[in-house]
Design a protein around this ligand. Structure first.
Ligand code: NAG
Ligand code: NAG
Ligand code: NAG
Ligand code: NAG
Length: 962
């Protein structure tokens, strides 16, 4: 409310021109000014509109006599908004300082109403528009004006030259354009004149010598052309001269030599030509001389040695020739010397280590000779050298072994010379060094492991040398490393895994070496990588997957014939499986019906997912089947798929061993096409000594069990594996679980088996309650079926080796099917240790000969296991039962009972009264005979089948026997 009223008041013309100090507009004006601002840091809370006087407000200074505001100083208050007309009420204002805020909008020309205003500082705001011409029409007392660092455009108004009391003009860092106002050199009081970093152009007119009080002239970073004003030497108090980065040309005006107060002369980035005159040595107060990036030629004058105050000398990027003047050693205050990119010749001067210099840049010349030894001996190296750039010269010889003495060195660049020998171990003492560049020399030997001592290294460049040996693992200690560039050497060995711990790495180039081995997977942890070039080495194995490596360019990895991964278009064994088309008919040994051997397309990813599922604790693995065409990483395989119509066998696994190989012995193995088969943990249907078993469904609705072999590491060659599989695939019997197919990669093998619906014998025997326990008839049938199955197996010259009740499955009609046979043959040798450790769970089924190294293991070991199974089925007891403090071994227990004449008591209690003793007792006896200690005492399985049939139907059997 009040504010609105105040604004209304402001709109009225200034009819009150009272000199009555008790009636003034200062509070009103300031409150209105404040009202137009954002004050995010609440700097102006003391500005209270109820106050009678603003003199105690923050940022305000009043004249003690008149109590009128004379200073408004709000520098760096983070204020934003516009500078509104409220300020115009402050009729006695002398200092208006609003620098380092965020004021926007244009400059109000009415500010010029203030005859009293002496200082206007609007620097470092966001003011835009042009500097109003009217602003300077009445600038009677204006001494300091700064609009530096704003967004001002347009020309510098000519009216500026009316402000004859101006001492300082600073319009730097805007976007001002046009010429210098013609009357500018009439500002006789001017001491500081800064128009740098604008877009001003045209020639700098003569007449500057009128400004006899000028101390600093900065016109750098504009577009001025022409020559330096001839009379500049008339401004004899000049200390700072900056005409840098313009388009000035010509030679240095002779009058310059009169500026013996000059401390800083910056002429870099122009097109000055000619020699640097000898009189330069007269500028005795020069502390900084920058003539870089011009076209100066001739020698660097000897008189430079007279510049005793000189701290920085930069004559780089010119056409200076000849040697470095020895007189430079007289510049006792010199800290920084940059003579790079000239045509200097001669030997590297020894004084570079002797003057207490901080930064020496001699790069890009034609300096020759060897590098002097820095040593800490008295009178020599004084320490403090931070930058030493000797790159791109013709230096010859070895890197001084004492280089480590330069302990303050932050940048050491000796690249592009003819340095030979090895990298001195003392580089490890360069604890402060950020950049170490020895690239493009003739260095040989290996990278010293001491490099790990250079703990501050950010950039290590050793490319294009003759370095050999390994990349030292100690590089891991250089934890700040962002660039590691070692390409084009003769490095061998593997990429040290510690590199993966250099978490700041951005650029790595190890290309064109002889590196071998595989890449550490952990490299994917490097989250800042921009490039990682390992091309043209002998690296092998899988490219890391994930992070930067998912988008790594082919050119960064090619030329490594044994590297695999989608980027190099070579699939890795068992890692990035691709679907394949196989025709098992092509295999000579296959003898099945051709109708059954149709082309099989199966997503290997489904199988892999099964493999992976073993490691997934919770949840669901979604397997996308036959949906591979959209996946770029699989595009090649998809192309092969499309091409390999008919009998074409071009993507045969024998040609590309990296492909997984799938073979189905019968039937069509397509998983439900195009849809997602869900395989969750529930589909795990068993675990055994040889692996985990999962259930999945084929397209034709058939279930199959997929067994992931857990003995992968032990498995023999692919040939052996396949030979065994083919043999197993041929074994078909009602009482044996059929092997439908298999999948091979070197790291993963899957067996695809017939799925048997009703679970294992073990489950039937022990999970059933007494009510629904397996009947005697069923039990007998199971025993007979098992015997038939085993007999067939033995006829086929197969030994099971691993019989147990969990390996016997029961189908829906109650028929037993023996599974897991022959797998022990996959092991490299029938090592008893492996065998017994793998089938530890088969404790109690294992024939005693397994423990006896001298006895050959024959199919009779299966007969033993069968005997135990018989006893198990009849008694419903595990082969070995652990009681509280006793172990009961089933066959010993039954044998004892038989001897005691109470064998009937052994039959499963749940069958009590419900079994024919004339069958049960012979079956028990048969079981005990089969479980004989001595293998030769055990009957063949064929005999066992016959005996069982006799027991079942004595009459029929006798008839047959007759
Ligand atoms: C100006 O404003 C910007 C963003 O609005 C802020 O980041 C910056 O700190 C401000 N500057 C000052 C000097 O207050
Ligand atoms: C000031 O200008 C800078 C540069 O144009 C801009 O980034 C910044 O946001 C501006 N601040 C305000 C408060 O307008
Ligand atoms: C001009 O103002 C800018 C910004 O405040 C400042 O950095 C610069 O030093 C000033 N120029 C002179 C010559 O003082
Ligand atoms: C690289 O090393 C190999 C074997 O170590 C050697 O034969 C070859 O000459 C070396 N090449 C260079 C350029 O040093």
């Amino acid at each position: 409310m009040l504010l609105n009223l105040l604004f209304l008041l402001l709109l009225l013309p200034f009819y009150v021109q009272s000199s009555d100090p008790t009636f003034n507009d200062d509070v009103l004006g300031l409150i209105v000014f404040k009202a137009g601002l954002e004050d995010p840091k609440d700097k102006l809370t003391s500005w209270n509109e109820d106050d009678d006087s603003p003199c105690n407000w923050v940022g305000i200074k009043c004249d003690p006599e008149s109590n009128r505001v004379v200073q408004l100083t709000l520098d760096g208050f983070s204020l934003s908004g516009r500078i509104n007309r409220g300020l115009l009420r402050l009729q006695f204002l002398q200092v208006l300082a609003l620098s380092r805020n965020n004021f926007t909008g244009t400059i109000n020309p009415d500010l010029a109403r203030f005859w009293s205003l002496q200082v206007i500082d609007f620097s470092e705001n966001n003011l835009s528009g042009s500097i109003p011409d009217d602003l300077f029409r009445q600038c009677g007392s204006l001494r300091v004006i700064s609009f530096a660092h704003n967004l001002l455009t347009g020309q510098i108004p000519d009216s500026l030259s009316y402000c004859s009391s101006l001492v300082s003009v600073n319009f730097s860092s805007n976007q001002l354009s046009g010429n210098l106002p013609s009357g500018i050199w009439f500002l006789r009081s001017l001491q500081t004149f800064d128009l740098s970093n604008n877009s001003l152009e045209g020639e700098i007119l003569g007449g500057v010598a009128n400004l006899y009080d000028l101390r600093a002239i900065k016109l750098g970073r504009n577009r001025f052309s022409g020559q330096l004003p001839e009379d500049i030497g008339g401004c004899s108090l000049l200390k700072v001269i900056d005409f840098s980065e313009n388009s000035l040309s010509g030679s240095l005006p002779d009058s310059l030599q009169r500026l013996n107060s000059c401390a800083s002369l910056s002429l870099q980035g122009n097109s000055f030509t000619g020699e640097v005159p000898d009189w330069i040595g007269k500028l005795k107060n020069l502390e900084s001389l920058d003539l870089s990036a011009n076209k100066f030629s001739g020698r660097i004058p000897f008189s430079i040695g007279n510049l005793q105050s000189l701290k920085e000398l930069n004559v780089s990027m010119n056409q200076f020739s000849g040697g470095l003047p020895e007189s430079i050693t007289s510049c006792v205050n010199l800290l920084v010397i940059d003579v790079s990119k000239n045509r200097l010749t001669g030997n590297l001067p020894p004084w570079i280590f002797k003057m207490g210099l901080q930064s020496v840049s001699l790069s890009g010349n034609r300096l020759s000779g060897s590098i002097p030894h820095p040593s800490l001996k008295e009178g020599s190296y004084q320490g403090g050298l931070e930058v030493l750039d000797l790159s791109s010269n013709a230096l010859f010889g070895e890197i001084p072994s004492s280089i480590g003495a330069l302990s303050s060195l932050m940048v050491l660049n000796m690249s592009r010379n003819h340095l030979f020998g090895s990298i001195p171990v003392s580089v490890g003492e360069l604890k402060s060094t950020h950049v170490l560049d020895l690239s493009e020399n003739w260095l040989n030997g290996s990278i010293p492991s001491a490099i790990g001592g250079a703990v501050s290294l950010k950039e290590l460049r050793l490319e294009k040398n003759f370095l050999s040996g390994k990349i030292p693992a100690q590089i891991e200690n250089c934890s700040s490393l962002t660039s590691l560039i070692l390409f084009q050497n003769n490095l061998t060995g593997s990429v040290p895994s510690g590199i993966a711990n250099l978490s700041k790495l951005q650029y790595v180039d190890l290309s064109l070496n002889h590196l071998s081995g595989s890449l550490p997977k952990e490299l994917t942890n490097l989250s800042h990588l921009v490039s990682f070039n390992i091309s043209h080495n002998h690296l092998q194995g899988e490219l890391p997957v994930g992070g930067f490596f998912n988008t790594i360019a082919f050119s960064s990895v090619n030329g490594n014939p044994s590297l695999c991964g989608s980027v190099v278009n070579r699939s890795c064994p068992g890692v990035h499986p691709k679907p394949i088309v196989l025709n098992p008919n092509s295999s000579n040994s296959s003898n099945g019906s051709p109708n059954h051997h149709r082309k099989i397309v199966l997503s290997i990813s489904a199988l892999i997912a099964i493999g992976a599922a073993a490691f997934i604790a919770i949840g669901v693995v979604a397997i996308t089947v036959l949906n591979i065409r959209v996946r770029t990483s699989m595009s090649r395989a998809a192309a092969a798929l499309a091409l390999s119509g008919g009998e074409d066998y071009s993507c045969s696994p024998s040609k590309d061993p990296n492909y997984g190989k799938l073979v189905m012995f019968s039937g069509d193995a397509e998983f439900v096409a195009g849809s997602e088969a869900l395989l969750n943990k529930d589909c795990e249907i068993g675990r055994g000594g040889f692996g985990v078993v999962y259930r999945t469904i084929l397209q034709d609705g058939r279930s199959v069990a997929i067994k992931k072999l857990s003995v992968s590491g032990l498995i023999k060659s692919q040939e052996d594996f396949e030979r065994e599989m083919k043999k197993l695939g041929k074994i078909r019997h009602d009482n044996l679980v059929a092997l439908e197919g298999y999948y091979w990669t070197p790291s993963l093998q899957l067996l695809i088996c017939e799925y048997v619906s009703d679970g294992s014998l073990y489950k039937h025997l022990y999970d059933g309650t007494s009510r629904n326990c397996v009947s005697w008839r069923q039990r007998f049938n199971i025993i007979l079926g098992m015997a038939k199955g085993l007999a067939h197996l033995h006829r086929m010259d197969m030994i099971h080796y691993n019989l147990k009740s969990t390996n016997v499955l029961i189908d829906s009609s109650g028929e037993p099917k023996i599974g897991d046979f022959g797998l022990a043959r996959l092991l490299p040798t029938l090592d008893r240790c492996i065998l017994s450790s793998k089938i530890q769970s088969a404790l109690g089924y294992m024939a005693p000969e397994f423990a006896c190294r001298t006895v050959k293991i024959t199919e009779k070991c299966d007969v033993y296991g069968f005997g135990i199974l018989v006893l198990e089925v009849v008694t419903g007891k595990r082969p070995v039962e652990y009681m509280e403090d006793d172990v009961v071994v089933l066959c010993d227990m039954v044998r004892g009972a038989l001897e005691d004449g109470r064998v009937e008591d052994c039959v499963d209690g749940r069958l009590r009264g419900n079994f024919p003793a004339d069958e049960a007792i012979p079956v028990i006896k048969l079981g005990l005979i089969c479980a004989s200690q001595v293998p030769s005492n055990r009957p063949d399985m064929e005999e066992v089948v016959n005996i069982l049939e006799l027991i079942q139907c004595p009459l029929e059997g006798q008839e047959e026997l007759v």
